[in-house]
Design a protein around this ligand. Structure first.
Ligand code: GAP
Length: 445
């Protein structure tokens, strides 16, 4: 293995270990040995995940008059998945090693004739494996009562298209967005949360006149690129656009937004021109006409759909990978004797804790805690009084807190506190009356 690859694997191990140690992400059901492809988000992880979700919802729904929100069920009528094509086509080719019993997705094997685990060439013939997760609804466990957990959050959006349009009186073009769990029985869950069996998607389906389809496709592509640059602070070397040449028969265009994970470039989001496929299929299978009719009955058409589809877990993983850093020389600056500072350079908008309030001494607890309670109403905050201030800075660095506010013995007299910047480690004296404004500007920057 090349030196670079070893380093990347080590980096991934360090990120996984930090996530576990500091309560971001750990294996689901760990005391029972875990369950492959399922992950729990601990206290900091849950806060960060919620922050990303809220940011996406704010950008895609709350700030737009022409995008509505939806929160549908995970289990839908089984015919939904027949209409969408998932029951017949949502599968990967897999093969088993007859010797060591390992199972692989054929498209992920460097050499599909050799077992990557034991080197045996005795593999089963590749066969289709459907990724839909099956369950039963009602007391009888038979074919008739079979249902599936949704494999993507967008299908219920198409199914509810007509109800949303009537309820909101939206005219074309308009969108419907939803955030929620999706389930896929992945053959090989891997790369931490990157490929999980249960994960959260954030999807928006934009319905428009087919003649304007490509214009809207370009618009949404650019909107999403701007979001990654301006909100999540992704630099040009960290993400790229992959243009799909081979398209589904109904699609007119598709791109992936890929990011550079330690294990290689991976898809984070897809922007897809889905044509009229989904609404047409659901019209056919349900018998309901899902065509759009203008309020004055002047035109009737099957809307074309532009989709933006992103994984929440993958976004969080990308942010953590991007943010992780070990700084060698930084520690002496704050009088610490350890030789490395581990720091997450997370964008302040999505950091699990945005502001830490640290009294210089436990004797200052009362006023420092009162200040914490005050600013906690506006930012995600944490109060910490245990250990030296240097150690507390390190703890905050490790979870990516961009600002630490230290309340010292002068604070009671001059009504000012010291704000320490995570990235520069510079400290600035700020009057308490200005603190909220000061932090707001820095966090929004
Ligand atoms: N509706 C379109 C759709 O679902 P997709 O490319 O299959 O498209 C969209 O999924 C996004 O969902 C991906 O870009 C990825 O971020 C996320 N995703 C898909 N499968 C995933 C998995 N097994 N684990 C984690 N995230 C996944």
């Amino acid at each position: 293995m090349a030196e670079e690859e070893v380093k990347d694997l080590e980096l991934m191990d360090k990120i996984v270990s930090l996530c576990k140690r500091r309560g971001f992400i750990f294996p689901s059901s760990e005391i029972y040995g875990g369950i492959n492809g399922f992950w729990d988000y601990g206290p900091y992880g849950a806060r960060m995940k919620r922050a990303i979700e809220n940011l996406w919802w704010h950008e895609m729904v709350e700030t737009r008059d022409n995008v509505e929100g939806l929160d549908s069920t995970i289990i839908c009528h089984p015919r939904v998945w027949k209409a969408s094509g998932h029951l017949d086509q949502f599968s990967d080719l897999m093969t088993d090693c007859k010797k060591c019993k390992s199972r692989y997705r054929v498209d992920q094997m460097a050499d599909p004739t050799t077992c990557p685990n034991c080197g045996s060439k005795d593999l089963t013939e590749p066969r289709e494996f459907n990724l839909m997760m099956k369950t039963f609804v009602g007391p009888v466990f038979d074919e008739e009562h079979t249902a599936w957990l949704r494999a993507e959050t967008c299908q219920p959006i198409f199914v509810d298209f007509h109800s949303v349009r009537v309820a909101t009186r939206q005219k074309l073009p308009f969108g419907i967005a939803q955030i929620g769990k999706a389930f896929r029985n992945e053959i090989n869950p891997r790369n931490f949360t990157f490929r999980s069996r249960e994960f959260t998607q954030m999807e928006m389906e934009f319905f428009c006149d087919g003649e304007e389809g490509m214009e809207w496709f370009e618009y949404w592509k650019q909107q999403r690129i701007n979001y990654y640059k301006n909100k999540l602070k992704f630099s040009d070397d960290f993400f790229r656009i992959y243009v799909h040449e081979k398209l589904a028969h109904y699609a007119k265009a598709a791109i992936d937004i890929e990011v550079k994970f330690p294990f290689g470039w991976g898809e984070l989001e897809g922007v897809h021109h889905r044509g009229t496929w989904d609404l047409t299929r659901h019209s056919e299978f349900s018998g309901e006409d899902l065509q759009y009719m203008d309020h004055d009955n002047s035109r009737k058409l099957m809307p074309t759909v532009i989709e933006t589809s992103v994984g929440l877990d993958r976004t969080m993983l990308a942010l953590l990978c991007r943010a992780y850093d070990e700084e060698k020389a930084a520690t002496a600056k704050e009088g610490m004797d350890e030789d490395t500072r581990v720091v997450l350079h997370l964008p302040p908008l999505v950091a699990p804790i945005q502001v830490a309030v640290l009294p210089l001494s436990k004797k200052l607890k009362e006023p420092a805690y009162a200040l914490y309670k005050e600013i906690d109403r506006h930012f995600r905050c944490e109060y910490d009084e245990t250990g030296s201030v240097g150690k507390r800075y390190r703890r905050q660095d490790e979870i990516g807190t961009p600002f630490s506010v230290t309340f010292d013995f002068d604070s009671a007299n001059d009504n000012a506190v010291t704000v320490r910047n995570r990235d520069t480690m510079e400290q600035e004296r700020v009057n308490v009356t200005q603190l909220r404004d000061y932090l707001e500007k820095q966090i929004e920057a």
